[in-house]
Design a protein around this ligand. Structure first.
Ligand code: PSU
Ligand code: MN
Length: 301
């Protein structure tokens, strides 16, 4: 069962474009109290652009597409909110707990709800030095027909390894205004990507072409580089010590990514937080513009 917010229900009825937003960023990616403020600011950006935000999470065991303000507040501030990937969804429904959804789980639910566009900060991927630690985000991208706007994969990851996996899974990666794959906190990761798009109409055309070619059964990644990146030397120094801290503290599984993000935010004295917020906002705006473009295309087809 899916519970839709009043705003999302109205948008579905009216055919207003909808943008899915993930909630792990809110619960596990950003520190309190900034997390709730950012979640609200991001929703406002989507609305101002002319689309409707659908932040996705589980509240008391029920999948929610679009959160009312008290529900958003719970995801941001309750200690018991867990990080749920796709495999956790049915379990959390059964226990009646509340959970924030990762990229993988959010994409899955968004697709169930008929939403075609999704914004996040950075994708999960292959973890450095731990070849069996691959984010379930990769599998979800291979199995879910949705457009996902991100600033590349998190720079804490094995970027070339992740790009190889995306190639294996036949997931198109399109640079928005660039052929350089973004590096999350950094504008460029140092790796090239083959395909570049410069407008939302090109993205809509590719979405349509895939449908005709029947290659539309998986995600499209739109890689949108951050404009004001983190200072490179600071980034690299924190990354190196952060990866050592993961091993020293025996952090494993789904705790790794939140640990590293938090490590960055404290060690950089908020500089990585500033960049992370810029990223989420820019990606949400672009996702709204894409959703609007797709809705035009569908109505004229
Ligand atoms: N982007 C951000 N902050 C985050 C995430 C993405 O700017 O916290 C989250 C997403 O929910 C993504 C998750 O799915 O990190 C990846 O976690 P893991 O590496 O454990 O799969
Ligand atoms: Mn992992």
């Amino acid at each position: 069962m899916i519970n839709f917010s009043a705003e999302v229900r109205a948008a579905q009825a009216a055919g207003t474009p909808i943008v899915a937003l993930e909630s792990t960023i809110i619960s596990h990616g950003l520190p309190r109290p900034r997390n709730l403020e950012v979640a609200l600011e991001v929703e406002a950006i989507v609305r101002e652009a002319g689309a409707v935000p659908a932040t996705i999470a589980l509240i008391d065991g029920v999948v929610h597409v679009g959160l009312e303000s008290d529900e958003l507040n719970r995801i941001a501030n309750e200690d018991g909110v867990v990080k749920a990937s796709t495999r956790d969804l049915a379990v959390i429904e059964a226990t009646g707990n509340s959970a924030a959804t990762t990229v993988a789980a959010t994409a899955h639910i968004a697709h169930l709800a008929g939403i075609k566009t999704f914004a996040t900060g950075g994708l999960g991927g292959v973890h450095r030095g731990h070849s069996y630690d691959e984010s379930a985000d990769l599998i979800a991208l291979a199995e879910t027909p949705i457009i996902i706007v991100c600033a590349g994969v998190k720079s804490i990851l094995d970027v070339p390894g992740t790009l190889e996996r995306l190639e294996t899974f036949a997931v198109p990666v399109l640079g928005y205004g660039t052929n350089k794959f973004p590096g999350f906190y950094l504008t460029e990761s140092g790796y090239e990507i083959e395909h570049r798009v410069d407008s939302v109409s090109e993205i809509a055309a590719i979405w349509r072409n895939r449908f005709e070619l029947k290659t539309d059964d998986r995600a499209i990644v739109i890689a949108n580089p951050v404009i004001n990146q983190m200072e490179l030397a600071l980034h690299n120094a924190i990354l190196e010590s952060g990866l050592r801290a993961v091993d020293a503290n025996h952090i494993t599984g789904k705790a790794v990514t939140p640990f590293l993000l938090e490590y960055f935010h404290t060690q950089s004295k908020g500089e990585s937080l500033r960049v992370n917020i810029d990223i989420i906002k820019a990606n949400s705006l672009l996702a709204a513009q894409i959703a609007i473009e797709l809705s035009k295309v569908t109505t004229t087809q």
